[in-house]
Write a protein that binds this ligand. Structure first.
Ligand SMILES: Nc1ncnc2c1ncn2[C@@H]1O[C@H](COP(=O)(O)OP(=O)(O)OP(=O)(O)O)[C@@H](O)[C@H]1O
Ligand SMILES: [Mg+2]
Length: 364
């Protein structure tokens, strides 16, 4: 019975204060695998998403986020594993799944010369859904675009186009909405507007599954996150539980500009956990601590005793980037605004944002 619904909900790990299981999952994936020739894009993913959650899939380029999403959406056939969405089998009943869900793909082609309202009407017509003026207005206002009702797509900013594509994903009143990198390419203000849009969608009763590169976005927006790396889910829990499990409160960073501090002395500062990292060239120091104040005070005293000058001294609360680092041993390159560094696909060389929908994926 390979496609039977799962009886045991799936989560990666149990922590004391996080849901150990999802009582009535609206999405259940087990053992999802997708290969492209020799390359294993998704290497056995288990996920359970509860109704009403905003669930984030987080990870660097090529981690397998889009491929996983597409298999759940019934758009891509897994090589192995099962997936059920709203009780439907996403492989055997993929057409029914696609009708039941709303999906904003990582690349969406919109018709440049149609207005926002015309596009919503068109999509509603395709789904045989309510295309009344009230419904169209309701959808546009949910994504904050009511005043753009008559604006054509090619007259909208990238962020407005992103929000319009979310409105289009909602025309069929889906119970589950999938958003693939909805905020990539947006400035911080537009990103915050889009977060509000996602909350509006959730408050309207839908379950939202989104992918993102932005750790801080996942922390702000998602009830739970699955962190993916190299085709696997390496952690899945609430952001707070993932951070707490690290056993550290903060990271202290500084640089030695004159003199020298030994790793041994740094490791013995109060409340420091793990091994302090120091790079030879810049004498950059990174200390993880369970008590930032105690460590900072002692660090300054240590520097004083050794006649050492410190620069760029700062402390940041532990966050999902630290979780990624501790799980993979690699720094997560996409910290907030710096996404271009590792994403590389967002902007054109001239700094203009690509209009929505110039990249297409072939589905198989
Ligand atoms: N159609 C395809 N043919 C061959 N390889 C593919 C195809 N689609 C994806 N891959 C490969 O599968 C891996 C996972 O890709 P996927 O698009 O799922 O990653 P992602 O986590 O969504 O990345 P990004 O953050 O860049 O969107 C990558 O190594 C990618 O090159
Ligand atoms: Mg992707």
């Amino acid at each position: 019975m390979p496609n039977a619904p799962l009886t045991q909900p799936v989560t990666q790990r149990r922590v004391d204060d996080a849901p150990a299981f999802v009582a009535s999952p609206i999405i259940e994936a087990r053992g999802l695998v997708k290969r492209y020739g020799e390359h294993v894009a998704v290497a056995g993913v288990d996920l359970a998403v509860g109704a009403g959650e905003v669930f984030g899939i987080l990870g660097p380029n090529g981690a397998g986020k889009t491929t996983t999403l597409e298999m759940i959406e019934g758009l891509r056939k897994p090589d192995a594993g099962t997936v059920h969405v709203t009780g439907l089998d996403a492989v055997a009943e993929s057409a029914a799944v696609r009708r039941a869900i709303g999906a904003q793909l990582q690349s969406t082609a919109l018709f440049d010369y149609l207005s926002a309202a015309e596009l919503v009407e068109l999509f509603a017509g395709l789904y045989d859904a309510d295309a009344s003026t009230e419904r169209v207005s309701g959808l546009l206002s949910m994504v904050g675009l009511e005043e753009k009702r008559t604006a054509r797509v090619n007259e909208m900013s990238g962020g407005q186009q992103q929000r319009l594509s979310i409105a289009l994903a909602l025309v069929n009143q889906p119970k589950v909405v999938f958003l693939d990198e909805p905020t990539t390419g947006l400035d911080p203000q537009a990103r915050r507007n889009l977060w509000q849009t996602v909350r509006n969608v959730r408050d309207g009763g839908a379950t939202v599954v989104l992918t993102t590169h932005y750790m801080e976005e996942a922390e702000m927006l998602c009830n739970r996150v699955a962190i993916m790396d190299a085709g696997r889910v390496i952690a899945c829990d609430t952001p707070a539980a993932l951070i707490r499990r690290l056993g550290m409160a903060a990271t202290i960073r500084t640089r030695v500009t004159a003199g020298h501090l030994s790793i041994h002395d740094l490791a013995n500062l109060p409340a420091v956990t793990g091994t302090p990292l120091e790079t030879d060239e810049s004498q950059a120091i990174r200390l993880q601590t369970t008590d930032a104040q105690a460590t900072l005070v002692a660090l300054l005293q240590l520097a004083d005793r050794h006649h050492v000058t410190l620069a760029d001294l700062g402390s940041t609360q532990a966050n999902l980037e630290d979780v990624f680092l501790s799980l993979t041993g690699r720094r997560y390159a996409g910290n907030g605004e710096g996404i271009e560094e590792f994403n590389g696909k967002r902007d054109r060389a001239d700094g203009q944002r690509q209009p929505c929908g110039r990249r297409r994926r072939r589905l198989s």
